[in-house]
Design a protein around this ligand. Sequence first.
Ligand SMILES: *Cc1c(COP(=O)(O)O)cnc(C)c1O
Length: 388
Amino acid sequence: MYNHNPVFIPGPTNMPEALRRAVDMPTMDHRSAAFADILHPALDGVKKVLKTTAAEVFLFPSTGSGGWETALSNTLSKGDRVLAARNGMFSQKWIDMCERHGLDVTVVEVEWGGGIPADRFEEILTADKGHEIKAVLATHNETATGVVSDIAAVRGAMDAANHPALLFVDGVSSIGSMDFRMDEWAVDVAVTGSQKGFMLPAGLAIVGFSPKAMAALESATLPRWYFDVRDMKSNYAINGFPYTPPVGMINGVKIASEMLISEGLDNVFARHARIAEGVRKAIAAWNMDLCAISPELYSNSVSAIVTPEGFDANTIVSHASEKYGVAFGAGLGAVAGKVYRIGHLGSLSDVLALTGIATAEMCMVDLGLDIALGSGVAAAQEHYRTTA
Ligand SMILES: *Cc1c(COP(=O)(O)O)cnc(C)c1O
C-alpha cells in the first residue's frame, strides 16, 4: 500500500526526491569511463561524510550487516580475540557474527539502555598484556535502544591502555546524522549502510578502512571472497568493480554525499539534534521514559519509548500502521513489547516530525493510555518554534 506519509522507523529512512531520481538510471556499461565519473566522486563524498582523509572507502552491494562482515573477514583470523559490549540488538548481532566466524569474543554485558563502558574496556585492555585482543567493536548508535555511545572515550580507553587493537565502529545509524570523526577518533573500520543517514534505498554496505586496517589485509586469514577489500581496491584503481556494480545506488551515494555536504555536516547534525529534542519534549509531556538510561546517551536518530508495565508496545506499531498508515519501529530482542521506537533520522523536518508525534499520540489515546491529545505535539511545537 502506498501512502504519502513519512516513515518513522530508524531506517530505511525517508528518501528525498532528488535521491529517488539519482538511483533511477538507465543501464550503462560499467566498464566505461562514465562509471568512473560516478564511482570516484561517490568514494570521495563518503570520505567527507566520515571526516577522513587517511582512510580508503569501499562500497559493497549489501547492507550494513555486510559491512560488519567486511570489517571482520578482511582483518582477522580464526581464533582471534575481540572485545565488544552487548547493549542492544545490533551489538548482539555483530557479536553473533564474530562467534560464527570462529572469533573469541570477550563480551561486556551492559543493561539495555546503557552505553559502551569505556572504563571497563580500559581495564580489560590494560590486563591484556600480551595484546591478544585484535579488535575492539563499538556500536556507535544502538538503534534498538536509542543509545549513542562515546567513541572518543572508547579510543581514549584504548590509548590509555596503550593497546594496539583495531577499532571497528558500527556507525550504521549515526553516520550522516550524528557527529562522526573517523580520523580524529582513529577509527580503523567505519561501517554504514545506504538506507540510513544517506537516505537511499537499502542495497549498499559503505565502509572506510584506515591505513592500519589496510595493513591487516595481508595477514588476516578468515575466508573472504565477495567482501575482499583487496579485489575492490585493485578494481577501483582501473575504474572498475570486481563484479557487476549497482550503478544507480553508487550514483545515489554520490548525490547523497553532495546533499549532506552542501547542507553542511554541522547543520545536518544540528537539525537531527533539534528534531530529536522535540520528540523527547513530547515524550516527557506524555510522562513516559526513554529506554536510554541517562541524557548523555540520548540518540538523535531514534528514540525508544518505554510503555507502561503490562501494555504491549507492539500494539502501537500495528495500530499506527493499520489505522493511520504510519510506520514506527517495534521493540527488538530483550525490549520487544516493552518499547516502541520513533525513528527521526534522514530526510526529516520539524513539520514532518510533528506529524509523527501527533500520530503516536493518537495511537496511544486510541489504545487507552492515559495521555492527553495534543500534549506532546504542543511540547514539540514550543521547542521547534523557539529553536533555530
Ligand atoms: C540498521 C543497523 C544495522 C544493520 O544494517 P542492515 O543494513 O539492516 O544490514 C546494523 N547496525 C545498526 C546500528 C543499525 O542501525
